[in-house]
Design a binder for this molecule. Structure first.
Ligand SMILES: NC(=O)c1ccc[n+]([C@@H]2O[C@H](COP(=O)([O-])OP(=O)(O)OC[C@H]3O[C@@H](n4cnc5c(N)ncnc54)[C@H](O)[C@@H]3O)[C@@H](O)[C@H]2O)c1
Length: 415
């Protein structure tokens, strides 16, 4: 029932003129009567994320996971188990891609494999859902989108916040002016852990802990920040014109090559910024994306809205009372108009007040959208562009940190 209510809300959203132009892919959620034809998909890379995607796909009506592929024996065997032996299982992804009965593939391999596998999939006429971030270099990013255009196949990048009901409601409210004029977006993603996985033998270190090495990953920038960068681009409806940043290894000095803390400032053509940091040796502040306008702030991860004119807290009321009664003779900071500038204790309100209803997981909905677009053979260039420009921005940020320079948007990679 919750899912139906949700889809109805999304359908209304899709019909709303303000939103429909910017997010045409919501039309995919329009309820249709009649039986929907089966879509046959393959999954390449059944590690942590691939397993999650597989379990989500199994919940979607009208999908057959007809093939799975992993080149690591334990995960290959797990993939067979998860599909009850019904899917064809491969160790070589090209063999899976050569299966002409598959319409599309879901790619959840490590970052450095995304470009190659996606291009091979397009050249064999497959639709592609590829996990974020897209790729590691500007040229791979560009080539991937050119290959998508030539093949006319679907390319959806795994930024599931585009399908998160709370984010969508926030965006709608922002477009309606609830935050007033946007001034800044601030975000962070903090964890406390070494990010390592157990390795059965030293020869598997790079295969399993690929996130730690420059050859396979851009570290926290692609693995965590890329999600929030995509959302910031989406909220501003702009792409960064330049980035500055700094990164270092300050805590996990264990042979890893990627930074364990990063700080970045993205500047957009309007003059607004996204100020972002990520670290993995303290988790007090967790993760958040704060969108700030002159009328209010939204914390998108926690689904909270804070007006710039909150009800006055009791302490302030007391102070005003006292001031009115002329009790205050001296005020240590600043005189009679002084009010504290420390953060307000105001708890705000939910952005999406969903009562007790569950919101369907955004990963599930993003896969539903992919399946539906495959069924209808419908490409959404604006959806491709979201993944593309988020990836370009993560690469800009990576270069800014690595080469300690101010990196401008590479105009030759505009699509
Ligand atoms: N959207 C999200 O929220 C989200 C969350 C986690 C991970 N991810 C993304 O998913 C991707 C995978 O991450 P992960 O944590 O699952 O990694 P992982 O290491 O757990 O899994 C990757 C799997 O791919 C397999 N693989 C590697 N190269 C292959 C090849 N050439 N052919 C077949 N199989 C191959 C590996 O053996 C492994 O089983 C990354 O791009 C990551 O950024 C996205």
């Amino acid at each position: 029932v919750d899912r139906r209510i949700f889809l109805k809300d999304l359908t209304l959203l899709a019909a709303s003129t303000a939103i429909a132009g910017s997010y045409p892919w919501f039309e995919l959620f329009k309820e249709e009567t009649g039986k929907r034809r089966m879509v046959r998909l393959g999954i390449i890379g059944i590690g942590d994320r691939g397993r999650g995607l597989l379990l989500n796909l199994q919940q979607i009506e009208g999908v057959e996971i007809a093939a799975v592929c992993d080149n690591y024996q334990p995960n290959f065997e797990r993939a067979i188990k998860l599909t009850g032996g019904k899917a064809k299982a491969y160790k070589d992804y090209l063999q899976l891609l050569n299966d002409e009965s598959l319409e599309g593939v879901v790619i959840a391999t490590p970052l450095y494999e995304h470009a190659r596998i996606t291009m091979d999939a397009f050249s064999r006429g497959k639709h592609v859902f590829c996990e974020k971030a897209m790729v590691m270099t500007f040229v791979d990013c560009y080539n991937m989108v050119q290959a998508q255009k030539t093949s006319k196949k679907i390319l959806q990048i795994g930024h599931q916040r585009m399908f998160d009901h709370r984010y969508i409601k926030a965006l709608q409210d922002i477009e309606d002016g609830k935050l007033g004029q946007l001034g800044q977006i601030r975000g962070y993603w903090h964890r406390n852990g070494n990010w390592r996985r157990h390795v059965p033998g030293p020869e598997l270190e790079r295969k399993i802990n690929w996130r730690m090495y420059n050859e396979y990953s851009l570290g926290l920038t692609t693995e965590l920040a890329s999600h929030h960068i995509q959302v910031a681009n989406w909220v501003y409806d702009e792409i960064p014109e330049s980035v500055s940043g700094s990164g270092s290894i300050v805590y996990w000095k264990d042979g890893r090559e990627v930074y364990d803390n990063i700080q970045m400032v993205f500047r957009y053509p309007s003059g607004r910024h996204l100020v972002y940091d990520s670290m993995i040796s303290n988790k007090k502040y967790g993760l958040e994306l704060q969108v700030m306008g002159d009328k209010g702030t939204m914390e998108l991860e926690s689904n909270r809205f804070y007006s710039e004119k909150p009800p006055a807290p009791a302490g302030i009321l007391q102070w005003i009372n006292n001031a009115e009664k002329d009790i205050f003779e001296t005020i240590p900071i600043g005189g009679a108009s002084w009010i504290p500038e420390t953060a307000s204790k105001y708890q705000g309100k939910p952005i999406l007040n969903n009562g007790k209803k569950d919101i369907p997981p955004s990963t599930l909905l993003s896969l539903e959208a992919f399946v539906e677009s495959v069924r209808k053979d419908k490409v959404y260039p604006k959806l491709v562009a979201q993944g593309y420009y988020a990836s370009i921005a993560t690469i800009m940020a990576h270069l800014a940190m690595k080469e300690q320079r101010y990196v401008e948007f590479p105009k030759e990679y505009m699509i």
